[in-house]
Design a protein around this ligand. Structure first.
Ligand code: 6GU
Length: 239
């Protein structure tokens, strides 16, 4: 998969490609990340990328032309057509289902805004989708773009080792993850639950599912409305 990021801070995004699962996905050729700086496409000695808003008010608005030229340069760098996604608190919430949908694409372009926003005409003309990573305000879309890159990179086939397998993650299947334990069995902070030491795989799977459902019910009951629960799950919740 190819991800192009339109950002005033391409170095920030390059860091995503340097570490951990994202870095490994890059090394394995599963993900290629490219940064495009609208300032490189801005005119004049000052290479302006923003101006004061019409109608007054605080802050600055990003200009159409440098952004449009950067998007065009990104598009032209590869013949595969790309969906353009603008990261903004006004966007639809990023979910694991959305991450899976994006991860299945060959290419996406992520557009990061700074300051108070982007001229609405650029959004209308170029943006296919708007995404938010939560109900709080960041100073720019870069952290949100990094979140999308990570969520999508780890879903690429071959990005995770078997041990890291994505299938059991929180939100896969719509419920939270269960608790995990490792050595030692006895510790001053407590003992590992006996069932995990029993060697009975059916009991262990049942215990884990019950913990996942219980946590989801306690912490994120909103998720249970959407989760596809089986009859066996309802029984576990009732126990
Ligand atoms: Cl995508 N951008 C900004 N600037 N703030 C955010 C966000 C995005 N998602 C949550 N807050």
């Amino acid at each position: 998969m190819r991800i192009d990021v339109i950002t005033l801070f391409p170095d920030f995004i390059a860091q995503c490609a340097a570490f951990g699962v994202t870095g490994r996905a890059g090394e394995r050729g599963l993900l290629s990340l490219h940064g495009w700086n609208p300032r490189d496409y801005a005119e004049g000695n000052y290479r302006r990328v923003d101006e004061r808003p019409f109608g007054g008010g605080p802050g600055m608005v990003m200009l159409i032309d440098p952004l449009r030229a950067a998007i065009e340069a990104a598009r032209a760098a590869d013949p595969v057509p790309a969906k353009v996604i603008y990261l903004t608190p006004q966007g639809a919430p990023l979910t694991q289902a959305k991450a899976r949908e994006l991860a299945a694409r060959e290419r996406v372009i992520l557009l990061c805004g700074r300051y108070e926003g982007i001229d609405e005409r650029l959004i209308e003309a170029e943006v296919d989708e708007e995404l938010s990573i939560g109900d709080y305000v960041l100073s720019g879309g870069e952290l949100a773009a990094a979140v999308v890159v990570d969520a999508v990179a780890r879903l690429q086939e071959g990005a995770l080792s078997d041990a890291e397998s994505a299938e059991q993650d929180s939100f896969e299947g719509g419920v939270l993850d269960c608790p995990h334990y490792t050595r030692p069995v006895e510790h001053e902070l407590g003992r590992v639950p006996d069932v995990l030491l029993s060697g009975n795989h059916a009991d262990i799977a049942r215990w884990r599912r019950k913990e996942s459902l219980g946590r989801t019910w306690q912490r994120r009951p909103d998720l249970l409305d959407e989760a596809a629960l089986t009859q066996a799950d309802h029984k576990l919740l009732d126990e």
